[in-house]
Design a protein around this ligand. Structure first.
Ligand code: PNS
Length: 164
């Protein structure tokens, strides 16, 4: 069975992420969407919340499951019998860092990285920008699933109320 991982922070999941997951699900028998659980990073959503949103968003894919991981991605891949890492490339600017990570990961374990070009309509999309635009009152309803939008607006409102 061919098994791949789509790793990321997913804070929160966007349509851009889901496009890559969807395409990976057609290339591999099983896809594990792996949420990096790094406690030191400042996130809008907890790891459990990010995984919940992903589980809802990925429910329609029969061969996709969601998991969390700590430590090295290559260790997670070895434990889970995963042979390929799937990453989306939005622009040439993504390539430098992604190539560096792919080569570092290949030096740590027998793992291939497969780059998938992001669909043009999502080439500008990043979770960080979605959060910034939403926090400033911009409309991000076309960029994230409806359930994510609801949670995003609620969390931003909570944060804003806490700062008032
Ligand atoms: O969505 P992001 O923040 O771009 O995801 C980055 C992620 C989680 C895929 C990357 O930081 C990662 O693989 N972290 C795990 C730690 C690790 O293996 N570091 C060495 C990378 S070469």
């Amino acid at each position: 069975m061919s098994r791949a991982v789509c790793p990321g922070s997913f804070d929160p999941v966007t349509h851009g992420h889901l496009d890559i997951v969807s395409r990976a699900s057609k290339l591999f028998d099983e896809v594990v969407v792996a949420v990096g659980v790094n406690a030191s990073k400042n996130r809008l959503f907890t790891a459990e919340e990010r995984m919940e949103m992903l589980r809802e968003a990925c429910a329609g894919f029969g061969n996709v499951r969601v998991a969390g991981f700590t430590g090295l991605l290559t260790d997670f891949c070895s434990e889970q019998g995963i042979a390929a890492i799937v990453k989306g490339l939005r622009a040439v600017s993504d390539f430098d860092y992604e190539l560096q990570m792919a080569q570092m990961n290949a030096s740590l374990a027998p793992i291939e990285t497969v780059f998938v070009p992001t669909a043009p309509e999502y080439s500008f999309l990043a979770s960080s920008l979605v959060k910034e635009v939403a926090a400033l009152g911009g409309d991000v309803s076309g960029l994230v699933p409806p359930a994510v939008l609801e949670r995003l607006l609620a969390r931003l409102a909570e944060r804003a109320a806490g700062q008032a």
